[in-house]
Design a protein around this ligand. Structure first.
Ligand SMILES: NC(=O)c1ccc[n+]([C@@H]2O[C@H](COP(=O)([O-])OP(=O)(O)OC[C@H]3O[C@@H](n4cnc5c(N)ncnc54)[C@H](O)[C@@H]3O)[C@@H](O)[C@H]2O)c1
Ligand SMILES: [Zn+2]
Length: 346
């Protein structure tokens, strides 16, 4: 199995060409999808990719619900009953949830069969489909069971975004900004200055994510920079039941505030980002005033539970400047309280 998937920036046309090659000649395919991607994405996929016209498909629950051992077992059952052998290929047609499940299923079936990511949400195109991490949720813990098991191919086709709900677009946009701010200051500026997301930027951010993931395939060092904003974002997500990307967007503001205080990040960067974020948040009815002292006390334990922290200390990714992130910066509870309280006054 390849250690890194091949990314097809040419979209469905490139996928059609690729699957016409000798190495895929005898492949049989099972497409994993959910109700939404069945309706909105499957027609486009099979219209463009002849090799998939005869494929079977398996529908799984929408969203995080599909990332379970039970659903994985149902897909394995279907594969077995259909006589899928080691040459069989799973095609993951969906957002990050379907991609994570599909990779997990492929990794386990008959000691590993090939799979192809066809990400259909913005978040999956720029983030979840790249880097080889697969997982299901178990024991109440997100992504607790999984493998590093890259897709053989990853097909980036921005045309799928036509039907993606606005909230999901914002989710993906936040992760794009996150990847940019820790790696590439020019890209960060470009993303903040355009309200629409041009397709070429999607591909460029996917390239950046791929570069970072390749340099640290098992997530032991530098790849941690991609967790920027996530320690705080994750706590906000759980506490307020907010969508992940949105919560990470707010978490990045907390992280930038701390970066100004602790690493000398220019205040201007913090202000520009805060202004941009407010624009994004305007349609979500979100108020920073929710961060009362009581709320912060309830969120702190959630931050300490975060898997990125060890020794009972909060260790975060912070920024020296856009494009220059520092991992494992120790942050005290009081510094976190101060950051959230400042935000609540804004
Ligand atoms: N493996 C990784 O490295 C990695 C990285 C980041 C996130 N993730 C995982 O990704 C998941 C989140 O992914 P997500 O944000 O894509 O959510 P998702 O997969 O739940 O998709 C969001 C929603 O959009 C719908 N949808 C997807 N594409 C559509 C389209 N083209 N048209 C209409 N509707 C469409 C889905 O049906 C769903 O309702 C989480 O489980 C997260 O843990 C994994
Ligand atoms: Zn994230």
């Amino acid at each position: 199995m390849e250690r890194h998937g091949k990314i097809l920036y040419g979209g469905l046309r490139a996928l059609a060409d690729e699957l016409g090659k000798e190495e895929w000649r005898d492949a049989r395919y099972t497409i994993l999808l959910d109700e939404n991607t069945f309706q909105h994405c499957l027609p486009l996929l099979i219209a463009h990719v002849e090799a998939l016209q005869e494929a079977e498909f398996v529908e799984v629950p929408v969203g995080e619900e599909c990332k379970s051992l039970e659903v994985a077992a149902q897909v394995w059952q279907t594969l077995l009953e259909g006589g899928a052998d080691r040459g069989h290929v799973v095609v993951d047609l969906g957002g990050g949830s379907v991609c994570d499940l599909g990779g997990y299923v492929a990794a386990g079936y008959k000691r590993g069969i090939r799979h192809i990511h066809v990400p259909t949400s913005l978040l999956a195109m720029v983030d979840a489909s790249i880097g080889g991490k697969t997982a299901v949720d178990f024991g109440g813990v997100k992504n607790s069971i999984g493998h590093f098991y890259p897709a053989s191919l990853i097909c980036i086709e921005p045309d799928f975004l036509e039907t993606l709900p606005q909230e999901e677009l914002v989710n993906g946009q936040m992760e794009m900004v996150k990847t940019a701010v820790v790696t590439d200051s020019m890209m960060f500026t470009r993303l903040l200055s355009s309200s629409e997301i041009p397709h070429n930027l999607i591909k460029e951010v996917a390239r950046i994510k791929n570069r970072v993931a390749k340099s640290d395939p098992y997530d032991l060092g530098i790849r941690k920079i991609l967790n920027f904003g996530h320690t705080f974002g994750h706590a906000i997500e759980v506490y307020r039941q907010l969508p992940h990307g949105l919560a990470v967007g707010i978490g990045m503001r907390v992280a930038m505030y701390l970066s100004v205080k602790k690493l000398g990040l220019a205040e201007e960067v913090y202000n520009t980002y805060s202004q941009w974020l407010n624009g994004q948040l305007s349609s979500f009815n979100f108020q920073f005033s929710i961060f009362t002292l009581k709320a912060i006390e309830q969120m702190l334990p959630l931050m300490h539970q975060d898997k990125k922290n060890s020794d009972g200390e909060l260790r975060c990714v912070l920024l020296q400047e856009p494009g220059a992130a520092v991992i494992d910066v120790t942050v005290s509870d009081n510094e976190v309280r101060d950051a959230f309280l400042q935000l609540s006054k804004s």
